[in-house]
Design a binder for this molecule. Sequence first.
Ligand code: GLU
Length: 548
Amino acid sequence: MADRISVLLIEDNPIHARLIQNLLEESTTSVFDLNSADRLSTGIERLSGGNIDVVLLDLVLPDSQELETLERVRAAAPEMPIVILTSLDDVTLAAKAVEEGAQDFLIKTETNSRTLTRSIHYAIERTRARKEEWDATMFRLAQQQFLKASQLMGLDVNVQERLLFPQRTHIVTFPFRRDEYNQVETVFGYRVQHLLTMGPTKGGIRYHTDVNLGEVSALAMWMTWKCALMNLPFGGAKGGVRIDPTGLSRRELQRLTRRYTSEIIDIIGPDKDIPAPDMGTDEQVMAWLMDTYSQQKGYTVPGVVTGKPVVLGGSLGRREATGRGLVYLVEAAADHTGLDLNGATAVVQGFGNVGSSTAKFLEEDGAKVLAVSDVTTGIYNPNGLSVQALFDYVAENRFLEGYTEGDTVTNEELLEIECDVLAPCALQNQITGENADRINCKILAEGANGPTTLEADEVLNGKGVFVLPDVLGNAGGVTVSYFEWVQDTQNYMWTLKEINERLHAILLDAFERSIKRATSEGYDLRTAALIEGIQRVTQAKLLRGVFP
Ligand code: GLU
């Protein structure tokens, strides 16, 4: 799956416009949606229509000349990345335009598909890096949820202020070699440690094009509440690299992972900060991370990472733990609300690690899985899908696209299918003020982090939907990660039965504590679960005091 970039080309020469169009079509790494304008006025109109990621700009147009062209585009869209397209004769002017704020210039006749794609990619990257590091929807959501909970619980304002931003953030830019030997890609990487009070920090590593400081910080904050709610001896952390991993070969993924590891090596370790898989990373990535760390130390350190293959000291049951834990909690929620899961209907958004195991365990409980989806498509069958057949199809074809045992639906349509259990197990920000009213389920089981906005929460609570919030719902992953870390530290292996029993006990205890608080204090379950976590962290902070 290549990433999709919307390009506005402002160019009056039809031959040059065609040339650029061909180069964009040739790209193997990105898909470009091209809008063309042969005059500046038309280009500016398109810009105000929104949805443009980057402008390719010829400075000499029938209705505008030289730097004035750039100034007018910037006045219309001040934050927009701009790449100047120039002829050989006008290179001095193009260089001047870069001085004035354009990101790059390309000489039309000397450009090939690769240089054009890279220039567009970097223009977008630089603009994002300058403007948007903290500005992520997810970070706003994490902070708002925290502020709501802290106001309701009357949290000490000194503690509140401290917890609103992460304790440590580490941003790196680093190169890695593509398979084409001369091509070196520079990317942004992050590791954020939200809270160091509780013990080592803990949280996954995400490879995704949306990764930035704000997003990683939101995820790190949620890890703090999740670990505290489960009574695990960890603070929250998260890491990530801004890249689309599906566009990388296995060797590229390995080089990227090893270099990223070496960039963050000083701040991770079994007693410091322990990464794990998250979106876009898996057991193999954890194995490379563990190997890179161990090579530097000179001996094998399995406990530096969790979610690694079992043969390297990984834990039985870790791979399915998030989905398994979510379904344990759905069972508890069904009991609580009087729903019989045997014969109930379920819809799962996402068919990665979390979504696929959630679908599997729901099916094992007797639920009929009506629909699943991934980044390529959604599949809906009112008679129920066979989860095993979906697993087999994805094992062979990587994505769900092309699966024929059902109708195709979009990810948005899938969320609105009437069902008993809806499990968003993919991206953040899926259930919002816009679609919450059309959500038609009894239990909303959040396998993803941050799938529901606060506005949507209000609508869902009003409709009587039982919301199993992410910090509780998907905590099975980090709980078995904790077991893995304990087993590594003790050089001891637990059986799968022991692991699942302990997981069940920990999740159910957190569920019951959260329900009790929700009922006795009149909060929704998300707020109650967050307060459980925040309160534990606050107690620890107050007992430790402020240094010096
Ligand atoms: N990435 C997972 C999460 O968001 C797991 C983290 C871990 O196991 O440390 O909870």
